[in-house]
Ligand binder design. Structure first.
Ligand code: DHK
Length: 145
């Protein structure tokens, strides 16, 4: 079966309680459940993970490449705006497509969130659509040739 990784970075484990006016009320396990429902429909096996540690996200991207996954949906949280290591990891695992997802529209927020070091190396970007963004990310991977 085709495997996709859905990787989540720092503070996303707190979804549900964390600034619900910005991130919504859905928990990360609720988003995982959405992803599993969509993955089943698409015939994907989904490996859904969260960490608060930058290096572990790098390790997981490398692992995705070693496991020959068909793509990655990545919400790197705040590391999106700071991490050259994640930028390099995404380049390292090319041509595996990485879809960058954010729950909030980062372009409508603070200036420091308006730069993503991931977008230039992402296969696609989805901002501001809440949990639907994850589902659309999976559908985008399914639609790739
Ligand atoms: C999540 C975070 O944790 C923030 O650091 C990003 C992103 C935005 C989101 O909208 O999913 O700036």
């Amino acid at each position: 079966m085709k495997t996709v990784y859905v990787l989540n970075g720092p503070n996303l484990n707190a979804l549900g309680n964390r600034e619900p006016g910005i991130y919504g009320g859905r928990t990360l396990s609720g988003i995982e459940s959405d992803c599993r429902t969509t993955a089943a429909e698409l015939g994907f096996e989904v490996d859904f993970r969260q960490t608060n540690h930058e290096g572990l996200l790098v390790d997981w991207l490398h692992e995705a490449s070693e496991r020959d996954v068909i793509g990655v949906v990545l919400n790197a949280g705040a590391y999106t705006h700071t991490s050259i290591a994640l930028h390099d990891a995404i380049r390292t695992i090319q041509p595996i497509p990485v879809i960058e997802v954010h729950l909030s529209n980062v372009h409508a927020r603070e200036a420091f969130r308006q730069q993503s070091l991931i977008s230039p190396v992402a296969a696609g970007v989805i901002f501001g659509l809440g949990p639907l963004g994850y589902v659309l990310g999976l559908r985008a991977l399914a639609a790739r040739p």
